[in-house]
Design a binder for this molecule. Sequence first.
Ligand SMILES: CC(C)(COP(=O)(O)OP(=O)(O)OC[C@H]1O[C@@H](n2cnc3c(N)ncnc32)[C@H](O)[C@@H]1OP(=O)(O)O)[C@@H](O)C(=O)NCCC(=O)NCCS
Length: 234
Amino acid sequence: MGINDHPQPQRWSEAAAGPELRIPFRFEEALTERLRLRIMTDADVDAVHAYQSRTDVCEYLLYEPRDHRTVSEKIAKWSQRTTLEREGESLELAVERRADGQVIGDLYFSLKTVEHSCAEIGWALHPDHQGLGYATEAAAELLRMSFATIGLHRVIAEVDPRNDASVALCRRLGMRQEAHFIEELWFKGAWADTVVYAMRETDWHDTTIAGAGTLPAHFTSEGPDRTRKPLKPG
Ligand SMILES: CC(C)(COP(=O)(O)OP(=O)(O)OC[C@H]1O[C@@H](n2cnc3c(N)ncnc32)[C@H](O)[C@@H]1OP(=O)(O)O)[C@@H](O)C(=O)NCCC(=O)NCCS
């Protein structure tokens, strides 16, 4: 029997004990207390350009400030992406405030690996709407969707450690720091570090109140409960 006659080892995801993802996953929309997360449309170009064109917003994002045409071309592509099934597929979602329909930011959600059941999340808000818990509320919903709806095992966020607001957001969500890569990226003219924050499904069950909506346990609808420590600081 030659080596090629042996049965091929089974891929982990095909093994009986492997993870079972509920994919293909078609995103429609998601509602939180104050927000609607939805697929972007052409009508969002001005609102998205208002913050993606800003140097302060883009300081730690992989892209440079975008002009109107670039945002328009991006949204034309993002609006066609509604389903996650294969590794590397991603969604770019508009974060819309329910009270007035204003688009205040966006969320990135990528199926990083199907075999190992992991997604990556990212975020950006217009500075006018930062500091109000919107990113926490929106990202908490993505974590709920990841674990409760799609059945993922792990969600990560890759962040520049100088990006205090993004690091704080990861920690508020209950994600833990798992790695710090030194000078991993040639980023905007200099070497930059990356920290990886992560949450497993079991962590998520620990950090959310069952049935209490989308906010992490140490937040109330009035804002953070300062009397409680974050559940799992990174
Ligand atoms: C990263 C980013 C999305 C974080 O935004 P943010 O406004 O700090 O995060 P939130 O919307 O969750 O707001 C949290 C703040 O609101 C406060 N807050 C007020 N009401 C709240 C409520 N109901 N619920 C939760 N937090 C509330 C929190 O205490 C916190 O304030 P603090 O920073 O003074 O502690 C934002 O800085 C950003 O868009 N940056 C530019 C893009 C970027 O760098 N993206 C990340 C690349 S890795």
